[in-house]
Design a protein around this ligand. Structure first.
Ligand code: FAD
Length: 491
């Protein structure tokens, strides 16, 4: 097994896409589950700390070590099996999402989870319960995870199959492959009724596998994953619609959402699979790279619709009606007529996230990008409140994201330390407001280290301590992913 401890060589493991910084002694590159087990047993014996790394595209500092060693999953990168008849795949965690998507595409298969950054590892997406544009129709990664192999901090192996081990109310008992038992009492709280990736997934009578999905490398190391697959949809209608007024853009989001929910799974009726928004600032931020953004546009919505050859025109007609009803200019719509156009639209969506990350890295600030979601009926007012709150402090920002899910990425672009400090305060204020409206502090990126304080704002200290107790059942010596999800002083 390769082990690196040269400072230069391990530098990239000391940060992630949030620009959060850390320290470690060495990075281990296991090539199979047995080697992961050996590392954990040795680390436990030496009482060192260990952090699991995916591909470092996370936005919460979750894969960034504070000390000890890192387990890189990059050599656990085999696609073990793709079963075309029974619609599943077995993969190791270090498989790059876009590589898997490419393989599946050739086989006319489809795996819906699609975080905007597809250079992530499948293991990272499971550990973060990642979402993306298609989550609007298909839900988060969780919905496509059928089985997990997990190596616990004590070196024991858990094999969890969906539907096989369930909690009895809030009591959950698990058995490792060697027969070791883990008995835990799940925290007693209710998750908000919005898209949510804040803290451990907990529900009475829940499936045990769901505790590990979204646990952000704090309960065990995922070494094998069985994914559920779907048949590839026939054709995809992909459009970006521009509006001269933000309220019109939001009308389109609301109308598209309402119609999609009403028409769910009905043939020949429109149902968006993605419904994404760009505010006025985002369009101006992107304009130097996309000079074809129409002049006077103050908002844009990108939507995708699945279709077959036989009903493509009919579905497009239905969308045009909504565009007209909401005051979009149908002459200025970007309409993808082939695969290349569709990729260009994806690049446009990806560019906004990427440019924000480049800005913060260039100016050496930590990312101040919200990942909050609120109930649909609160969203419009919340969106305008967030913008005003940041503008009042003269901080530049862009606001965009998964508005179909009432989920906003408002990214502040501070240009001085003073504004960065103010931005941190505003970030907290926005999280508090989202919680007040019965929403979440993180709808998809997770909590990691950066948002551990806000998780306490959301659920209260006692619930977070209870999450810590769940962790301690698997990791009593506190060696794995310390500081992720549960703040260290609450463990
Ligand atoms: C431009 C850009 C756009 C993005 N857009 C989205 C988006 O739309 N939706 C979204 O959800 N996210 C988005 N992200 C965030 C990121 O891509 C996802 O969180 C992704 O799931 C992280 O995967 P990774 O392999 O890079 O994981 P890392 O960042 O390396 O790690 C993430 C977490 O997973 C844990 N982990 C990794 N592998 C394992 C394993 N095998 N076992 C246990 N724990 C493990 C780590 O310890 C850490 O806690 C975006 C990021 C960027 C840079």
């Amino acid at each position: 097994m390769v082990i690196k401890n040269d400072k230069e060589e391990i530098q990239s493991f000391l940060t992630d896409a949030s620009n959060f910084k850390g320290e470690c002694d060495a990075v281990y590159f296991p090539e199979n589950a047995e080697e992961v087990k050996e590392i954990l047993i040795r680390t436990l014996a030496e009482n060192k700390r260990v952090t699991v790394a995916g591909n470092g595209t996370g936005l919460t500092g979750a894969r960034v070590p504070k000390e000890g060693i890192v387990i890189s999953t990059e050599k656990l990168n085999r696609i073990i099996e793709i079963n075309e008849k029974e619609f599943y795949a077995f993969v190791e965690p270090g498989v790059i999402l876009s590589d898997l998507q490419g393989r599946l595409d050739e086989l006319n298969l489809f795996y819906p989870p699609d975080p905007t950054e597809t250079n992530c590892f499948i293991g990272g997406t499971v550990a973060a319960n990642a979402s993306g544009a298609k989550t609007f129709k298909y839900g988060p990664t969780r919905n496509y995870i059928a089985e997990l192999e997990i190596i616990l901090p004590d070196g024991e192996t858990l094999n969890l199959k969906r539907g096989f081990v369930k909690a009895d109310g809030l009591k959950l008992s698990l058995k490792s492959e060697s027969g070791k038992e883990y008995n835990l009492m799940l925290p007693d709280f209710k998750m908000p009724d919005v898209k949510n990736a804040s803290g451990f997934f907990i529900k009475p009578d829940m499936d045990a596998i769901d505790l590990f999905i979204g646990s952000e490398g704090s309960l065990g190391v995922i070494t094998k994953i069985k994914l559920k697959l779907l048949a590839k949809p026939g054709a995809i209608i992909s459009c970006v619609v521009f509006f001269e007024d933000e309220n019109r853009g939001l009308d389109f989001i609301e109308e598209g959402r309402t119609v999609s929910f009403k028409n769910k799974n009905q043939e020949n009726k429109i149902e968006a699979r993605a419904l994404e928004y760009f505010d006025d600032n985002s369009l101006r931020f992107l304009a130097p790279d996309f000079p074809n953004i129409p002049e006077g546009a103050k908002a844009a919505v990108w939507f995708e619709q699945e279709a077959g050859e036989e009903n493509e025109d009919e579905l497009l007609e239905q969308w045009i009606e909504i565009i007209q009803k909401c005051g979009g200019n149908e002459e200025l719509v970007w309409f993808a007529v082939n695969e290349k156009d569709r990729e260009d639209i994806h690049k446009f969506r990806h560019a906004i996230s990427l440019k924000v990350n480049e800005y913060i890295a260039r100016n050496n600030y930590r990312k101040l990008g919200t990942d909050v979601a609120v109930p649909d009926d609160q969203f419009r007012e919340f969106f305008f409140w967030c913008g005003k709150t940041v503008r009042d402090e003269n901080i530049d920002y862009v606001a965009y994201g998964h508005f179909g899910n009432s989920h906003i990425h408002l990214n502040m672009l501070p240009d001085s330390q003073d504004k960065f400090e103010k931005g941190k305060y505003l970030y907290k204020k926005i999280c508090q407001k989202a919680v007040e409206l019965k929403g979440t502090i993180s709808a998809e990126h997770g909590v990691g280290k950066i948002k551990a304080d806000y998780l306490i704002e959301m659920y209260g200290e006692e619930v977070v301590r209870q999450m810590g107790r769940v962790k301690k059942v698997f990791d009593p010596q506190l060696i794995l992913g310390i500081g992720n999800v549960v703040r260290e002083d609450l463990l």
